[in-house]
Design a binder for this molecule. Structure first.
Ligand code: SF4
Length: 460
């Protein structure tokens, strides 16, 4: 017999418990178990007035943003609608069934104002990371680093013409922010941008394989390779020089805030510059598991660097013909610095030795004498050369994929493939929120759901 639903929706009184309507295995229950924002009010207190109308609770806004970034809801307007309708989202945000959801314009005011001034997102990121460490998800021995390009919210057609700072038209927050930071925007070794966006000038014109170029920022991750927990995140313009510099910033910040320094750092060829390897080995005592950026082997059929023997105690190379290659072979009246601007020292063979050598055709067929460039960080490069055939290095190549998987997850599941906020601070906010969401999801998925556990209870 066909049934018909009997009662209407006009009932006056309901017995309703929100908690009963959130499934026990819901992802948000797992996240809620590990998210402790009890110190947030104290952190933000100096940025709120003591008088006037009470603001929207900042914890509510942070919880709503976490819902948005965990479930790929990028639009703040849509996020407010979803929180109003979805019982699990309401439960996570500590809203009752009758509570009003804040208006979407509230997010914009707070993001660009006191949240940014107070570095609220970095505070939450570090609170979450602290919890990951306390739960034993961070080994602290091996870190991996990489960068991923994310499109900026900038039109490809609108470029800035000329170098005149007054010629911008002005008015936008992203432009004001860029102009105020203009003098310090290029790191050592970097190049000023050739093409500058009129809508988001701090972004960089980036080419993508198989597609048209676009304006973009890079998100830089430093992860622990045990469970793939993000140890730090940094937003930079999409440019290799900035990306490599940001890894140094992140390693130093993790050391300063959490007293953690890895024994090994895994990265791709971009991080294999002599300067970066020298910094890792000589200054930080970190072993780089990074492919060398190396052009020293030269053309096929000719002697490469590895055919020459380095004798450190007498500061020379010995060639396959048994002759010495020395620095400062040429005598100048006025003494010259023998380290070039690129931080290399040139070792030269004697012209007489090479002119009579039977191996000249294999060694320096077009030059009067052979020369070899040696970086001032060559010892660090030699260390890396020695590592490349080890089992640990082979394992590191596999571990490096953990960063790439996080970037794929960020773009495909969390929908962070194009930024919504402009300026480097907008990119920083979005990347921090993404990293918070990824660390919380990882904790919830690895450690399971259950009742909320205070940190003091979880860690004896
Ligand atoms: S050409 Fe010069 S550097 Fe090369 S093997 Fe002969 S002597 Fe040595």
């Amino acid at each position: 017999m066909m049934g018909r639903k009997g009662s209407d929706q006009g009932q006056f009184f309901y017995s309703f418990n929100l908690d009963d309507h959130v499934p026990q295995d819901h992802l948000l229950r797992g996240i809620d178990r590990f998210l402790d924002l009890s110190d947030l009010h104290e952190h933000l207190a100096p940025y709120y007035s003591h008088t006037g109308r009470p603001s929207i609770d900042p914890e509510l806004m942070i919880r709503m943003l976490i819902v948005g970034y965990c479930f790929g809801i990028r639009s703040e307007r849509r996020l407010c609608e979803e929180v109003a309708l979805n019982l699990a989202y309401r439960w996570f945000c500590r809203l009752s069934i009758e509570d009003t959801v804040p208006d979407h314009s509230t997010f914009s005011k707070n993001r660009h104002g006191r949240f940014r001034d107070a570095e609220a997102f970095r505070f939450v990121f570090e609170q979450v990371l602290q919890r990951c460490i306390a739960e034993g998800l961070v080994g602290g021995e091996g870190f991996a680093t990489d960068a991923s390009v994310v499109k900026a919210d900038a039109s490809r057609q609108r470029h800035h013409e000329g170098d005149d700072d007054d010629d911008w038209g002005g008015g936008s927050r992203a432009i004001d922010e860029y102009l105020s930071a203009l003098d310090r925007s290029v790191p050592p070794g970097g190049q000023p941008a050739k093409k500058i966006s009129q809508t988001d000038p701090a972004s960089r014109w980036a080419s993508a394989p198989g597609g048209p170029a676009f304006y973009a920022y890079s998100t830089n991750y430093l992860i622990d390779t045990d469970a793939g927990i993000i140890m730090d995140v940094e937003a930079t313009p999409a440019n290799r020089t900035y990306e490599v510099a940001s890894t140094q910033t992140m390693i130093e910040r993790v050391e300063e805030r959490f007293a953690m320094k890895p024994q090994t750092l895994i990265g791709d060829t971009a991080y294999g510059t002599a300067q970066m390897l020298g910094w890792l080995v000589e200054k930080k005592e970190i072993t780089p598991h990074v492919p060398l950026f190396d052009k020293s082997e030269g053309k096929a059929g000719l002697f490469g660097r590895s055919d020459f023997i380095w004798e450190a105690d007498v500061d020379r190379y010995v060639c396959p013909g048994g002759k010495s290659l020395r620095r400062n072979r040429r005598k100048y009246k006025k003494k010259r610095a023998d380290i070039t601007k690129a931080n290399v020292i040139i070792y030269r063979a004697g012209q007489t030795d090479c002119a009579h050598c039977p191996m000249k055709a294999q060694c320096c067929p077009t030059q009067p004498a052979r020369k070899i460039q040696r970086s001032i960080h060559e010892d660090a490069r030699d260390l890396v050369r020695g590592l490349t055939k080890t089992q640990a290095y082979a394992q590191s190549r596999k571990d490096r994929k953990k960063v790439e998987m996080l970037f794929a997850h960020m773009k495909r599941i969390l929908n962070v493939d194009r930024l919504r906020l402009r300026g480097i601070t907008g990119a920083r906010d979005e990347f921090l929120l993404t990293a918070i969401a990824q660390n919380l999801r990882r904790m919830a998925q690895w450690l399971g759901t259950g009742p909320p556990v205070a940190l003091a209870e979880a860690v004896p």
